[in-house]
Design a protein around this ligand. Sequence first.
Ligand code: ATP
Ligand code: MG
Length: 655
Amino acid sequence: MSDQAISNLAREERTFEPPADLAAQANVKADIYAEADADRQAFWGKAAERLAWGEPFTEVLDWSNPPFAKWFVGGKLNVAYNCVDRHVENGLGDKVALHFVGEPGDTRTITYSQLKDEVSQAANAITELGIETGDRVAIYLPMIPEAVIAMLACARVGAPHTVVFGGFSSDALASRVEDCEAKLIITSDGGYRRGKPSALKPAVDEAIAKLGDASPVENVLVVKRTGEDVAWNSDIDVWWDEVVGESSTDHTPEMFDSEHPLYVMYTSGTTGKPKGILHTSAGYLTQAAYTFWATFDHKPDTDVYWCTADVGWVTGHSYIVYGPTAEGATQVLYEGTPDTPHKGRWWEIIAEYGVTLFYTAPTAIRTCMKWGEQIPAEHDLSSLRVLGSVGESINPEAYVWYRENIGGGQTPIVDTWWQTETGAHMITPLPGVTSAKPGSAMTAFPGIGAEVVDDAGKPVGNGEGGYLVITEPWPSMLRTIWGDDERFKETYWSRWEGMYFAGDGAKKDDTGAIWLLGRVDDVMNVSGHRLSTTEIESALVSHPSVAEAAVVGAADDTTGQAVVAFVILRESAKDVEDVSADLRNHVAKEIGPIAKPRQIMVVPELPKTRSGKIMRRLLRDVAENREVGDATTLADSSVMDLITDGLKDATSDED
Ligand code: ATP
Ligand code: MG
């Protein structure tokens, strides 16, 4: 389909109905909403029954001391047993758990029975290294099977993990290790990235050196991945192969209380300093598993699932490690980048493994749009039956491109809104139920209470915008900010009585569907009009020349704030003349003259976090000619230089 045809389709405000065959066989049907509404707690209680319990719970929810929730009170279970052992006991030992694909092309197939052995060995090994229930373990690994194994081994012994994205610096690692006082770091010599080995162990050594005498780290467990030389401190360093490989595969999982801490995950840091979000066991696993099953319509006998997120992000926790394995899924785990060794790598992997359910981020889709539809067109993607999106609003243009070029014009797309804090999907279409609108996350998941409220905390009417809040406790909710209950209350629960405030702006359209509008902090005020970043960005992306866009409000003498847009052009539009004027007029036409950007800056890249989210606050610094602020959570720290250097040469488009 041509770019223009996609633009037209994206702008028609049409809905996409679920395919009839998918709807007929869907895991959940439309009546699920009424069932959940009738008795929210009974609904989640039933979802929890899908797990294997060592001791049954006696109460679904204890909300006597808000905002501190206890879910599945009195119950005991082992998370790793639920994710691994029970499938083997159910006769699925030979089922593939992981199809690992290394960036250089090496592969490994791991069945549930092999996973059980390796997780048991790792559990024995870390116990041998002195890790006890409740101790914290930091995991700093590339996307290799050991990352999944290490997380499940920690869960198995009840030692909360904190996974630090492998692309992060030693500073980021040190601050997280210090904040949660990790006794053990599990890492590797390195991993493969963009066609070459990229070292990890040196950053661990640096982090420990930085912490000095205050370092809580007693051991570093090192996986050999690249085989490159590493500095070795024999007092604390041990090889994974030697200690895990030599351990027994017999390990009896202990049953832990429902509220036993499972992990601490630091947020992306898109808006500021990352917060250590604590998740606990049974409620988290219940919602991660149930949403995986319902949102992706997962069929354990036939589906092959692939989520492209990194395990260093919450999506990797809930929708690679815990949700899919709890449901006994077969999944692809890919180490590398989408364009190594060529830009069709993802699509090649989908064709090779017959991937049926695919979950990625809008940023990746926009990058693929930039590269052009001819690349996926070379691969057979007909196995796909549900596509997912997470991390940011998906622009209608990108949604339609995704559906047409990856989904063959018929696969439903689930645009899943959730956060590190929420642990699992909160607002999303259901693929066999929802008439989906491109750009909208649609409605609250069954059993979840979501609302859009005004300044006074009153629900807004259809057609109006406001603040997105969660009105009822949910099983996978964060329990606190690690070590800081006050900050937890203050950050999330203090704005309106009894409501969790997520930090995002949203609107309800005329049918009540929810549209995420971007961070409340990013909302612009131009001559008294409140403008959403998401809406203007989507308008820009709907122009055939634009692949990606980020808009910010910059101080302006006459209008208070003015819209400044940063755009990446599509490969096909590199030679188009006078693109700025064209784009400004396009926004005026799509949204209204008030939204017309004061300035359009054409840039080669946008600053993004490790999880692919645009960091607008850094762009605001550029737009206001300030020194660029804290960029330590950027995925690629050189991007800001690339942007500022490029702009020095460019002429301004002000008129
Ligand atoms: P920090 O809280 O440290 O600033 P962060 O909010 O980027 O970092 P995450 O928890 O990874 O950290 O991201 C959650 C946020 O991502 C949501 O609050 C929302 O702004 C955005 N988001 C995620 N999924 C969607 C979606 N489907 N549609 C719109 N926005 C989304
Ligand atoms: Mg956040």
